[in-house]
Write a protein that binds this ligand. Structure first.
Ligand code: SAH
Length: 236
């Protein structure tokens, strides 16, 4: 039987939102079968605890505004490990295909002929909705679900199509928006969303430190936890 991870190959693995019980069984098996795991800062501590002591563990955490290895050096580390014949797991918070820069890591591997496979994970929006007991879509009311990142490159303004986002029939799952909550609130209202539009702010979704705030669009910025807090998602 073929090994779950062939030596010299890479798996991009979704770690889910943080709670280790929200890891897929496949992700857990991949972690067990790896020689080396490169992980993000957003991978939950309970998930990291599942990595066996015999598996090399490398943090390549990038949280905006904090220390980081830039994406190119992460790509280089992954490529070098695979070229040396290791079984490589690249563990990413949530789902690797959602704001995870997995395409860049895949391209770097492709350029060296390194096979890459992907194991999906539960994305934060799903976990946040579940914690709050809500549905991301609502028959007749929210027919569309938009995943959007409000992350701007350093020094650049947010470049989003606010008129398109301010769709009263859509749920917006806003990732990486904490520092620009006021701008999100102002712009969505300016584009026509009612000030009373319900917004859910979830910090540290699925972790024991989870914090859920139910608010409305015009009060959004007041609901954002202080900067020292954990990762935060907004559902509008
Ligand atoms: N691939 C990830 C998203 C990575 S982008 C996924 O599918 O969920 C990083 C952003 O995700 C953070 O800035 C934050 O907005 C959100 N995020 C990640 N984990 C989170 C958590 N446990 N609770 C709340 N937001 C989270």
């Amino acid at each position: 039987m073929a090994e779950l991870i062939e030596p010299g190959t890479v798996w991009l693995v979704g770690a889910g939102p943080g709670d280790p019980d929200l890891l897929t069984r496949k992700a857990e098996r991949l972690i067990m079968a790896a020689d080396i795991v490169f992980h993000d800062a957003l991978v939950g501590p309970g998930v990291l605890d599942l990595i066996p002591d015999t598996v090399e563990r490398v943090s390549v955490g990038k949280r905006s505004g904090r220390h980081s290895k830039d994406q190119l050096s992460i790509n280089d580390l992954i490529v070098a490990a695979a070229l040396s014949g290791k079984r490589v797991v690249r563990l990413k918070g949530g789902d690797p295909s959602i704001f995870g820069r997995s395409a860049e890591e895949r391209e770097a591997c492709d350029a060296h002929g390194i096979p890459v496979q992907i194991c999906p994970g539960i994305t934060t929006a799903s976990a946040a909705a579940a914690s709050a007991g809500i549905s991301l879509t609502l028959r007749g009311l929210a027919r569309k679900l938009t995943f959007v990142t409000a992350h701007a490159r350093a020094g650049e303004a947010l470049d989003l199509d606010w008129d398109a986002l301010a769709d009263p029939q859509a749920t917006l799952a806003i990732y990486m928006g904490r520092s620009v909550a006021q701008e999100i609130s102002t712009r969505l209202q300016a584009s026509g969303l009612p000030s009373s539009t319900p917004v859910l702010v979830v910090e540290n979704a699925s972790l024991s430190t989870e914090r859920i705030v139910r608010t409305r669009l015009d009060l959004l910025a007041l609901a954002i936890p202080p900067k020292s807090g954990g990762p935060t998602i907004m559902l509008v």
